[in-house]
Design a protein around this ligand. Structure first.
Ligand code: ATP
Length: 299
């Protein structure tokens, strides 16, 4: 069965004066996805998210939520952490949750369950003003969970966090996705920090969505590859398949692509030459995620 579309934008645009912050942006997110929205600071991520939740008005284009429900109804099923929430600094996590639940809903049991989910159930009498940034981020997510959202938008949730804080946020996102089936749109200016949870990436540059790519496609692109360009690829393939597992071998035009034996480049070259195959190029390709991202945005 085809999954329901949670979000579909068509030609979405936002101008500030003559400047386009978001330009003709088409994005679809299906139920259950964790969509990583990647772009430099100022690329337009926040503006896009604000249009989805309704705190910014599009200059052009269309937003469909949950397969085309009325936007005002559909937005009740969305939670977000876009601007840093203004907490009550002299109150505890639980007291903050109680105060916000009068606005966003949520029973006593909901509050206890959510605090346990985000790992803040045992913070006792500690006031929010002495929370770490990571704890504040988790409290922000806790507030966003009060309305039982099916779709959660998080703007740079890992910003400023140390590696432990980033891991806690990642684990929380995965838990909410797997146990409660929440769909996510998460922005970041770093590709790597989301790579362990994201199922699909959208790369935005100067307001334009320059690429959408699944986690598997990205992993494949970033895989290490040894590439040997030869005059007779069929013959080269026959020779190499006596040494290399066929599933690590493929041909792209006149180049043999090998995804193992990275330390044997010289030997493989020798083997091919000895059997009369001319080698005109031998290169190693290895991207890391950050490098891939930089290349896509033309850095
Ligand atoms: P960051 O992570 O730094 O927030 P971003 O990718 O979320 O970056 P936006 O905040 O959406 O980017 O900003 C996109 C562009 O729109 C920027 O050039 C920004 O200066 C501009 N912009 C955003 N909000 C406004 C506004 N209210 N008035 C004028 N320009 C704005």
């Amino acid at each position: 069965m085809e999954k329901q579309l949670v979000l579909k934008t068509s030609g979405l645009q936002k101008k500030f004066g003559r400047r386009r912050a978001v330009s003709n942006l088409n994005m679809t997110i299906s139920e259950g996805e964790i969509y990583g929205f990647i772009g430099r600071n100022g690329a337009g991520k926040t503006t896009f998210m604000r249009m989805i939740v309704g705190t910014a008005f599009p200059s052009a284009g269309k937003i469909e939520l949950f397969g085309g429900e009325r936007l005002s109804t559909a937005r009740r099923k969305i939670g977000s952490l876009i601007e840093t929430p203004t907490f009550y600094p002299n109150c505890t996590a639980r007291e903050n949750m109680k105060r916000f639940s009068t606005l966003f809903g949520g029973s006593e049991e909901d509050i206890e369950r959510i605090l346990a989910t985000v790992g803040l159930a045992d913070t006792g009498r500690k006031k929010v003003k002495s929370f770490s940034l990571g704890m504040k981020q988790r409290l922000g997510i806790a507030l966003a969970l009060l309305g039982h959202p099916e779709f959660l938008l998080l703007d740079e949730p890992a910003n400023g966090l140390d590696p432990t804080g980033i891991k806690e946020i990642r684990d929380l996102i995965l838990k909410l996705n797997q146990e409660s089936g929440i769909t996510f749109l998460i922005s970041s200016h770093l590709l790597d920090e989301l790579s362990k949870v994201v199922t699909r990436y959208g790369i935005i540059d100067k307001g334009v969505l320059v690429e959408e790519i699944s986690r598997e496609e990205l992993q494949e692109k970033c895989r290490q590859k040894l590439m040997i360009t030869v005059d007779d690829p069929q013959k080269a393939l026959e020779i190499l398949s006596t040494e290399i597992d066929p599933q690590d071998l493929s041909v792209e035009d006149s180049t043999i692509v090998i995804t193992s034996h990275f330390n044997d480049a010289a030997l493989l070259n020798q083997l091919l030459c000895a059997r009369g195959v001319m080698v005109s190029g031998l290169t190693m390709q290895s991207y890391d995620l950050e490098q891939y991202f930089m290349e896509r945005i033309g850095e």
